[in-house]
Design a protein around this ligand. Sequence first.
Ligand code: J2J
Length: 541
Amino acid sequence: MIPLKQAWPAEFAARYRAAGYWRGETFTSFLRERAAAMPERIAVVGGDQRWSFAELEARAERIARGLLALGLKPGDRVVVQLPNIAEFLSAVFGLFRARLVPVYALPAHRIVEIAHFARTAQARGYIVAAGHEGFDYRTLAAEARREVPALDHVVVVGDGGDFPSLDTLPPGDEVKLPADADPSEVAFLQISGGSTGLSKLIPRTHDDYIYSFRASAEICRLGPSSVYLAALPVAHNFPMSSPGVFGALYAGSRVVLAPSPSPEVAFPLIARESVTITGLVPPLALLWLQAAPGTAHDLSSLDVLQVGGAKFLTESARRVKPVLGCTLQQVFGMAEGLVNYTRLDDDEETIVSTQGRPISPDDEVLILDDAGSPVPEGEAGNLLTRGPYTIRAYHNNDGANARAFTPDGFYRTGDVVKRTPEGYLVVQGRANDHINRAGEKISAEEIEDHLLGHANVFDAAVVSLPDEFLGERSCAFVIAQGERPKAAALKAWMRTRGLADFKVPDQIVFVDAFETTAVGKVSRKELRASLRRRFLEQAEG
Ligand code: J2J
């Protein structure tokens, strides 16, 4: 099995420890401390479950024993694909307790993504919910087992059908639970937004990740009286760690899991549970701003609304305080590490017009031109970063690592930003060709590859177009061969490919040819840019 690694050069690791960022805590050790210090306090609310810190820890330990009794071994990787239910937390803390390594998949992922994660991580386990939003994950699990035979152990939350269920795992009384992890070990694999091709796996250590959510919880002033609502899918890095469910539990706050981020579901939960803070992507924030004035539910407990994952336009940002009566916090982060926040006491102009500043004094930020030289202060350039919670490498992917990291360990974020004199970042756009569809990142290349699998597609180029609601939508320019398929039929065919639904192009435009230069074909990047430009010019003209 390919070992999981994430290492900072010794002098950096020493500096991060000396500065008190890395404190040697693990997921298991911090939950144990909270369960000892505040056993009866309610930690998790989800569906009809309400668990105290002590109960969360006890459940995690039972699950750890059960998974090891099934035959999983410490060090094994386990794909976790669960919606926002309480068992998400008992399952992952159970995995940590057993020294098993979660690989976080989103509920929207389907066989193509799950098989890719399982293969790349060499996973032996897969934890799913029986069903969610009308989809049966047991069918997906059966398909995943056929495609990736090494995936020995499927465990289902709810009725398992042919698979064991989380509630009826063997008790494992004879199992000897392993000692706590070394905090510098990889704790889990997060999924990259997938800027080119398929998603990459991001190994994060206990030390680095716990620092990021502990410091985030401080920035967000979380404490035992705070209530964090996980509205976005909790497997995503933002609601997981910025400060997310882990930052909230670390701070002794209560976590409430919303099965859907829609105002119809989230507003009554805010009122019932006196939620104080939550995080949304911009399109959902717009929906909440629209729904709040007419709602019968009392939203007055809400102190902070975080918005991130994609650019929140200043004019929309301005409406948050007057409409919702709470403080806006913009969050610009990435699963690879660096997270920026506007601070709660920043002046309103900074809050509405910037995407915040880094968590850590040791987050190094470079803004470079395409030749690699620093841009003059205040001008736009490519954002590179290095620091105590930004990875130095993806899992087992030399090609991506060579592209994404400089020799001295800076991560090339692919984002184009400006920096204000106060050190706040303003996101301008990005250098690489992914589509940020309401916070879901879609790789143009991955979708083009799928389209090329259709018998009547000769060539395809996928680009982002501005979208009033989604921020960006995906548009595929397609050259047909033989009979030209109907756009709707091509979309329907894409839906049968076993991809997450958000990857199906929103729009398909047939063209006769792509431009070529006198010397030959233009690069895919130039081609996408010019198709997009010409399409937008025509739409305006
Ligand atoms: C513009 N673009 C943004 C913002 C992310 C906290 C918050 C978000 C993520 C996340 C995260 C943006 N304005 N406010 O992991 O911990 C785009 C950038 C970035 C990419 C990362 C977190 N906030 N983005 O969105 O790994 O392009 O993480 O590089 O999914 O989202 O995507 P992802």
